[in-house]
Design a protein around this ligand. Sequence first.
Ligand SMILES: *Cc1c(COP(=O)(O)O)cnc(C)c1O
Length: 383
Amino acid sequence: MGGPAKPRSIAIAEPVIGEAEMAAVLEPLRSGWLTQGPKVAEFEGAFAAMHGVADAIAVTSCTTGLHLALAALEIGPGDEVIVPAFTWVATAAAVRYVGADPVLCDVDPSTYNIDPEDLAKRITPRTRAVIPVHLFGLCADMDALRAVLPDDVLVIEDAACAAGATYRGRHAGGLGDVGVFSFHPRKSITTGEGGMVTTDDGDLAARCRVLRNHGATISEEDRHRGPAPWRLPDFELLGFNFRMTDIQAAIGIVQLSRLQGLIEERDRAAGVYREGLAGLPWLRTPVVPEGSGHGWQAFVTVVGEGAPMPRDEIMAALQELGISTRPGTHAISELAYWRNLLELETGALEVSSMLERQTMALPLHNRMSADDYVYIIDALHSL
Ligand SMILES: *Cc1c(COP(=O)(O)O)cnc(C)c1O
C-alpha cells in the first residue's frame, strides 16, 4: 500500500461537537431551567422551519418518538403496522409497545428502503399504518408507497437517519402523516440522546404534547410561568415522560445550524468514495435515485460477487488497517425475539437477510480528512 506508515484509527461515525455547543449548555445550567422549557421550544421551532412542517415535538429518542406517534394516532391491539425488515430494531419494537402487531415487509436491494411491491402484498383489512424507514439518510420512495396503500392507512416516517434529507424537493418528516427523527450520536446531528416528532396535523401535534408530558393538560413550563403555578393540571390520558431536557435542546439548536453544511461536506465525500471505488466491480456503492437529496447518515456498500474474500473477512482486514466498518443494519426477521414472535424461518425476508450478510458501512463523517478517504479507497483496492 502506498500510504504513509503512521497508524490510523478511523471511526465509523463521530459527531462534530465544538465550542458553540459547549457554550450553549452553560445557559440552561446557569439559568436553572433544566428540563423541557424555552430551549426545547426554540429547538422545536427551528427544526420545524428547516424541515418545512407546521409542528415539531422534541422527545427523548426516536424510539420514544415512534411510541408517542403510534399512541397519539390511537394505534393499538388488533391493529397491524407494516415495517421494513431491514432496519434498526426500534422501528418494530415501538409497534409492540402500543400492543399492535408488526408485519414485516422486504426492502429494495438497491435503495435498502421499503419495497412497494412487497408492501402491497402485506396489506390486510387490519392494516392501520406503515412505517417507511429513510434508511442511512435516503428517503423511501413515498409516491410509489402511497400509490399501493388504501387511503385510510397512515404513514409514519422513521426519519431517524434522515435529518435534512429531501425527496422531490420536500424534506423528510413532512412526507407522511407524521415523522420521527433521532439525535443519537450515530445520526446526522446529535443531542446525546434525543428525538423529534414532526407533523402538519395540529390536532395530532397537540395530542403528542399532552402524551409526552404524562397526559397532563398543561405543561410544567406553562404552569410555572402562568397565573396559577400552584394549581395541578388535570390528566385526561395515560401519558408518558418523553420530555427532552433544555440542556439537550441547547446543543440541538447549535447542531441544527450546522446540519446543512455537514450534509454538503458528506455529499462531497460520498462522491470521492463513488469515484475512487468505481473500479471495484465486487463493491456496490449506494445509489441515489433522481430527485433524492441524500442525508448521508451512513455510506453503505454491498460486498457482491467476485469479492476477494467474504464480507466479514474484509471487515476484519480493514479493522487491522485502523478502518472501522459495520454491517449496514440488521434484518429484524433474523433476531431471536422477532423470529419467535412472528414464527419466521431463516431467510423469510430474503432481501433483508441478504443485506444483513452483505452490506458494509464505510466511515463517512465530518471528522475525517481528505487523506482518510484516499487511505480507505487504497485499502479496499489492495485487498
Ligand atoms: C437509530 C435508529 C432508531 C432509534 O433511534 P434512537 O434515537 O436511538 O431511539 C430508529 N430507527 C432507525 C432506522 C434508526 O437508525
